[in-house]
Design a protein around this ligand. Structure first.
Ligand code: NAD
Ligand code: TYD
Length: 339
């Protein structure tokens, strides 16, 4: 199988490239990535010399580049990870989210129609279901819930999902969509909760917790997400949406305290800061469908996953220190100096 992985220089895309090259020695992967602030070629260094892997720098919303690549390569499968992915950035500047996440998806689907693919897989998010109340632990996101959105990020992802389903119904494009809960693991950009808190704790810096810290996220180790997408590609039903999550809900404050404990730093580093605008209260996936139809279950429990993740950040300090010493630093100042 020849697979186009877009956004493969980012967190989940890179983990997916590593997973697939190892799991399927017969497959070839081409990665298309614009190398935005979130894309890091250093991450892909371990596979750059692999003959079954090719990296192409390019923008998914650039029709000419995308169509040329499809014509050259003749893909069997497209897995679309490329996105602007950070909610706080989308609140500051929504425009680029609409361009990449919606129009980029459209361009990729237009090319998929023109050149023909066996599957177009859209990597979606549980944030398209809006949020759940904190006092109803009996409620979970299921695939048949209506799509709604709180942030410009989730609105752009929801729009892309609608467009994907429309291309399936109107043009018969063989699509699948997965909607995963919050991921954590190696190579996550240190602007997201877990790597940001690890990096700050290691540097004895304050850990900025938004609002009261009671907001709940449902955490999944990134490799479990990659394995779920692989299963959907091979055994999932065309035209279907699959939720991915492992029933691992934790409040932000709980997560931050676990990290502090593991790295041996005091809870006095926790600093409550102004809340995120429109902050979603609780995400919680019901993974019954992917479990019953495809037999998927998570294999890494949070205690192990968070330990492995912290160890990875300890062993790969140069990876994230390079990031936070650059452009990211200015972004960090802008987001947190007046909070
Ligand atoms: P990320 O921000 O770490 O990586 C995004 C990648 O996309 C980067 O390499 C970036 O350079 C690339 N990119 C951005 N704009 C591009 C463009 N116009 N053309 C080509 N490449 C472009 O994101 P991530 O956390 O790895 O998320 C990947 C996907 O998974 C996204 O679609 C996101 O919505 C989805 N998702 C993420 C999570 C999570 O917890 N991180 C959970 C569920 C779903
Ligand atoms: P994030 O990693 O940005 O993922 P998402 O918003 O897509 O779920 O944030 C996870 C949670 O952590 C979210 O409730 C916001 C909160 N948060 C903080 O409290 N402080 C921070 O510095 C960041 C980045 C996030």
């Amino acid at each position: 199988m020849k697979i186009l992985v877009t956004g493969g220089a980012g967190f989940i895309g890179a983990n997916f490239v590593f997973y697939m090259l190892k799991a399927h020695p017969e497959d070839e992967i081409v990665c298309l990535d614009a190398l935005t602030y979130a894309g890091n070629l250093e991450t892909l260094a371990p596979v750059m010399d692999e003959p079954r892997f090719r990296f192409v720098k390019g923008d998914v919303a650039d029709r000419e580049t995308v169509f040329k690549l499809f014509e050259e390569e003749g893909f069997d499968v497209v897995v679309n990870f490329a996105a602007e992915s950070h909610v706080d950035r989308s609140i500051e500047d929504p425009g680029i989210f609409l361009r990449t996440n919606i129009l980029g998806t459209q361009v990729l689907m237009d090319a998929s129609r023109k050149y023909g693919v066996d599957r177009f897989h859209q990597v979606g998010t549980d944030e398209v279901y809006g949020d759940l109340p904190l006092d109803r632990p009996d409620l979970f996101f299921t695939e048949d819930m209506p799509v709604t959105a709180s942030s410009p990020y989730s609105a752009s992802k929801a729009s892309a999902d609608l467009l994907v389903m429309a291309y399936h119904r109107t043009y018969g494009l063989p699509v699948t969509i997965s909607r995963c809960s919050n991921n954590y693991g190696p190579y996550q950009f240190p602007e997201k909760l877990i790597p940001l808190m690890i990096a700050n704790a290691l540097a004895d810096k304050e850990l900025p917790v938004y609002g009261t810290g009671e907001n709940v996220r449902d955490w999944l180790y990134v490799e479990d997400h990659c394995r779920a997408i692989d299963l959907i590609l091979r055994e999932g039903k065309v035209g279907e949406v699959y939720n991915i999550g492992g029933h691992n809900e934790k409040s932000n404050l709980e997560v931050v305290k676990i990290i502090l404990k593991q790295v041996g730093k005091p809870e006095s580093l926790i600093t409550f800061v102004g809340d995120r605008k429109g902050h979603d209260l609780r995400y919680a996936i019901d993974p019954a469908k992917i479990h019953s139809e495809l037999g998927w279950l998570p294999t890494t429990m949070f205690d192990d996953g968070i330990r492995q993740t912290i160890d990875w950040y300890l062993e790969n300090e140069s990876w994230w220190k390079n990031i936070i010493s650059g452009e990211y630093q200015q972004y960090y100042e802008k987001m947190y100096s007046n909070r």
